[in-house]
Design a protein. Structure first.
Length: 190
């Protein structure tokens, strides 16, 4: 995906600010100042900071997915990123209580999954979304699981190792694959 430099600068500014500032307290003016760009440029590309967050997450997750070959590599890279950038996740997640942002993160991640389901990816999540009678509901369920596991990890002070988190995530994906195989077998027998 080709991206213009201004958009990339705003995205990098947001990620940089998330190392220091909670998303809930972040302002468009702060993002513009960090990017060394004018406010009018921001609104040329984004509706608000949530739109910037969604586009940034989609680009970063897309790059991560495109650069990694296997589900295991994608899961490993994502978990390593969260573990390495705990401040970003902390500032996105807010306090220990689920904030109003939790629903926004669910929507953003669900939208990203739904947009990617028509890709030629053969991973269990994309296949499940393509085969589901209720893909939007399933996207929310998967997103809730992903976000919930990161909240759990944070609330337990990252006591579980990256390897434990990776193994748990891969086991979950294997279970999704088994459910899909069972559904196909059942529908073929009907």
């Amino acid at each position: 995906m080709k991206m213009n430099r201004t958009v990339r600068d705003f995205q990098n500014a947001m990620v940089s600010l998330l190392e220091k500032v909670p998303f809930s307290k972040m302002t468009v003016d702060q993002i513009c100042k960090e990017a060394l760009l004018h406010r009018s440029s921001f609104y040329r590309y984004f509706r608000d900071k949530y739109d910037l967050l969604e586009q940034t997450m989609e680009v970063r997750l897309g790059q991560m997915i495109d650069e990694q070959g296997s589900e295991q590599a994608i899961v490993s890279t994502l978990i390593h990123y969260v573990n390495t950038h705990k401040a970003i996740f902390h500032n996105l997640a807010g306090s220990k209580n689920y904030t109003g942002l939790h629903g926004e993160f669910l929507r953003i991640l669900s939208d990203i999954l739904l947009r990617r389901r028509d890709s030629d990816s053969h991973d269990a999540i994309m296949q499940a979304l393509r085969n589901s009678d209720h893909p939007e509901m399933l996207a929310y369920l998967i997103s809730g699981g992903i976000i919930g596991s990161f909240y759990w990890w944070r609330e337990h002070n990252y006591d579980s190792s990256e390897e434990e988190m990776i193994d748990f995530s891969l086991d979950l994906m294997k279970n999704m694959e088994m459910v899909e195989k069972f559904k196909k077998k059942r529908s073929n027998n009907d």
